[in-house]
Ligand binder design. Structure first.
Ligand SMILES: Nc1ncnc2c1ncn2[C@@H]1O[C@H](COP(=O)(O)OP(=O)(O)O)[C@@H](O)[C@H]1O
Ligand SMILES: [Mg+2]
Length: 316
């Protein structure tokens, strides 16, 4: 499986930035094996879509893929959810119930938010991974499983281990193949592509042919997307709904103006006693450069009016 150069797509994933190309190379290698994968990346970077892609290009593609969010299952139910229970194993267990492990048999099980799994369950999970078998709750016969496991976390793995929310032994077992998922701000050029992709999805669904105005595209490009691909997708969907004719313009992206753009890179250094006027000039010019000369975004970030910005720039 290779990157589709024309569509700039790999499996379910869109993007052709160097950061994504590196990711695709890793997915390519890992998909042919049965190795356990640990995906670490910020929320909204596409971890679930990556897990689906690994499954889809693996020899298990024609078997089941099951995604489980460990943070969404109450602690006391998670064991039954994963491993199932026998009839009569506890009050209310009227019949046998198979867990996700058995449902995903010969397929792939994706455990999202693995750090939210209670510590005692992490011990049990580790045992299953080592032995390849488990007991249903209340059962006495070992159930053999052939399941490919992919786990994910939006936390820093080392910090999670240090703080005790991920057991170190389980971490080593899961991270046979650790993959860092790059945040959207590291995917040069992909913001355009993804925005167009999500707009096309909406167009196809609604039978329209809306496009982005130049300025609206510029706004999308200059924003830093702390919520990553999920945020971008939501913003495009809302802009699509707000635009009544065939053009998506800046007004439809007004929610981006209200959000303070966070500058992840670029620092200025001043010595104590720098004249305020000098510091101000440096800040304004550096911010303008950061936003590729876009004055509206610059004024917004600096908390001054567009008029004030123009006046300052005239002085400089
Ligand atoms: N590279 C990508 N190409 C297309 N859509 C993507 C991509 N990455 C994420 N998405 C979409 O963005 C949303 C969030 O992705 P998701 O996999 O749920 O992120 P995470 O699990 O990391 O929080 C989903 O709707 C997903 O389909
Ligand atoms: Mg997720």
């Amino acid at each position: 499986m290779a990157l589709d150069k024309h569509l700039k797509r790999f499996g379910f994933l869109y993007g052709s930035s160097p950061a994504m190309e590196r990711l695709y190379q890793q997915l390519d290698k890992v998909s042919v094996s049965d190795a356990t994968v640990l995906l670490a990346g910020e929320s909204g970077t596409g971890k679930e879509l990556i897990a689906q892609t690994i499954h889809q290009i693996s020899p298990r593609a024609d078997k089941t893929f099951i995604a489980v969010n460990c943070g969404a299952i109450p602690a006391h139910l998670i064991e039954a959810a994963l491993f199932g229970h026998e009839k009569g194993s506890f009050t209310g267990a009227a019949r046998q119930h198979l867990g996700y492990f058995e449902h995903a048999s010969r397929g792939t099980l994706f455990l999202d938010e693995i750090t939210e799994m209670p510590a005692d369950m992490q011990v049990k999970l580790l045992r299953v991974l080592e032995s390849g078998s488990f007991l249903r709750i209340g059962g006495s016969d070992e159930v053999k499983v052939d399941v490919r496991l992919i786990a994910a976390t939006n936390r820093d793995v080392e910090v999670a281990v240090r703080q005790g929310s991920l057991r170190e032994d389980l971490m080593y077992r899961l991270a046979v193949f650790p993959i860092r998922v790059p945040p959207l701000r590291e995917r040069n050029g992909d913001v355009d592509l993804l925005a167009q992709h999500f707009l096309q999805l909406m167009n196809a669904k609604e039978n329209t042919s809306k496009t982005f105005s130049r300025n609206s595209m510029e706004m999308i490009r200059s924003y830093t997307w702390p919520g990553n691909v999920r945020e971008l997708k939501n913003v495009v969907q809302r802009a699509f709904i707000l635009s009544t004719d065939t053009l998506v313009i800046e007004d439809h992206l007004s929610e981006l103006w209200a959000r303070k753009p966070t500058l992840h890179e670029g620092c200025l250094n001043f010595s104590v006693g720098t004249p305020l006027a000098d510091a101000q000039r440096e800040i304004i010019l550096a911010t303008l450069k950061h936003f590729s000369g876009n004055k509206r975004l610059t004024a917004e970030a600096l908390g001054i009016s567009l008029k004030t910005l123009y006046n300052r720039l005239k002085d400089y």
